[in-house]
Ligand binder design. Sequence first.
Ligand code: UDP
Length: 415
Amino acid sequence: MSPRLESYVPVVGRSVIDQLEQLARPLHGARVVHVNSTRVGGGVAEILEKMVPFMNELGMEASWEVIEGDQTFYATTKTFHNALQGEPVAPVNRELQHYEDMNAANAQRLGTTLRQADFVFIHDPQPAALLSRFPDRRGRWIWRCHIDLSHPSRPVWKYLRGQVAGYDASVFSLPDFAQVLPHPVFIIPPSIDPLSEKNIELSQEEVRATVAGVGINPDRPLVVQISRFDRFKDPLGVINSYLLASRFAPELQLVLAGGGASDDPEGETVLEEVNRTAADLPGVCVLPLPTTETSPRIVNALQRAADIIMQKSLREGFGLTVTEGMWKGRPVIGGNAGGIRLQVVNHQTGFLVDTPEGAALRIRYLLFNEEERLRMGERAREFVRENFLITRHLREYLTLMVALHHKTVQGRIEL
Ligand code: UDP
C-alpha cells in the first residue's frame, strides 16, 4: 500500500501538504484517468503507483488504466520510441495502421471510463491515438510525454504530432524535450519518492553491511555510479577518472553498479568491456544488479555509502540517479548533459564535467575538502527537497488541472 500524504509531513513540512489540499479543493469529485502501457516496470508506472492514490486521497476519483496490445503493437511503439529519441528508424504504413487499430480496440474497451472523465492523462506515445476515437469527449485530455523529444526523427514526429495536436495540453519533462504544439505546453520535471525503498533512510549498519557484502571497505573513500551498462553513461570514462584520481588518493574505491544487461545485447557488450577494464583494479567493484525486489535497497545503500556520486553521462534524459544521490546528501559529479544540468548546480550541489580529467580533478577536490563536500551534499539534499520530490510533481499536476478546469468552466464543462 502506498504511504498516505500525511507520512510526507516529516519530509517536506506541513505547509506543503496543506497547500496540496488547498490546491485540490476545486478539483473535488473530478474524475481523473491516467492511461499508460504497463502496470509494472519503468519510471512511469513507478510514479503512477503513487500519483493515483494521492489524487484519490485529495478528493478526486482517480483511476489508472493500462492499454492492451500484441507483439506487433509493442514492436511498433518501441520503434516509435527509438525514432523519437533520434534513431533513424521508422514504422512502415502497415505498422502504423496496426497501432491505430489497437488504440481503437482499447478505446472501445475503455470507452465509458474515458468518455466520462473530467481529466484524462495519456502517458507517452503508446496510447496517444486514443484521443481520435473520442470526438464527443467531455473532459480535458493531456498528453504527458516522458521521453526525450529533443532530436526526433522528423517523419515519425510528424505522424505522432498529428495524433497529439488535438489534445488540450501537453506536458514534457524538460524544456529541451518540448516541441511546438497548437495547445498549451507545460514543463514538469520528474521526481523521486523519498519514502520508497530506493530512497528511505537506512541504518548505518545496513549501509556498511551492504557495501562490505560486495567487497568494498566501508572505511575507505568511495565513489559510486549507478547506471545501466550503456555507453552513454560512460562507465569506461568513470574508470578512467577513478584511475587519475587514485594517483592522489590511493585508498579510493569505485563501485559501478547497474542492471539491464541481460535483456539488452548492447548492454552485455558494455558490461564485458567494463569487466575487462576493471579486472586488474582491486579498488574497483563492477556489480551487475539483478532486477529483483532487493535491488532498490542495494542501490539506496550504495548511494548512502558513497562519499561522492558520479553520473558521468555523455547523453542523458533526466538522470534520476542524480536526484537519488543528491537526496542522500552527496555531491554529484555529473556529465554536462540533459537533466543533469538542471540538477547539478555547478560548485553548489556538485560539479558538471566534460572529460575524465575534469571528473578526476573534482573527485580530488572533494576528497581533500571534507567540509565543502559535506556542505555541497547538504545543499544537494535541500535542492532535491525543494524541486524534485513527488509532492512537487503532484502539486504541478494539480496546478495544471486547475488551470485547465478554469478554462473548462468558462467554456463548456463544469465539474
Ligand atoms: N536503476 C536501478 N537498478 C539499476 C540501474 C538503475 O534500480 O541497475 C534505477 C536508478 O536507481 C534510477 C533509474 O533506474 O531510479 C534510472 O533512471 P535514470 O534516469 O538515471 O537513467 P535511465 O536508465 O532511465 O537512462
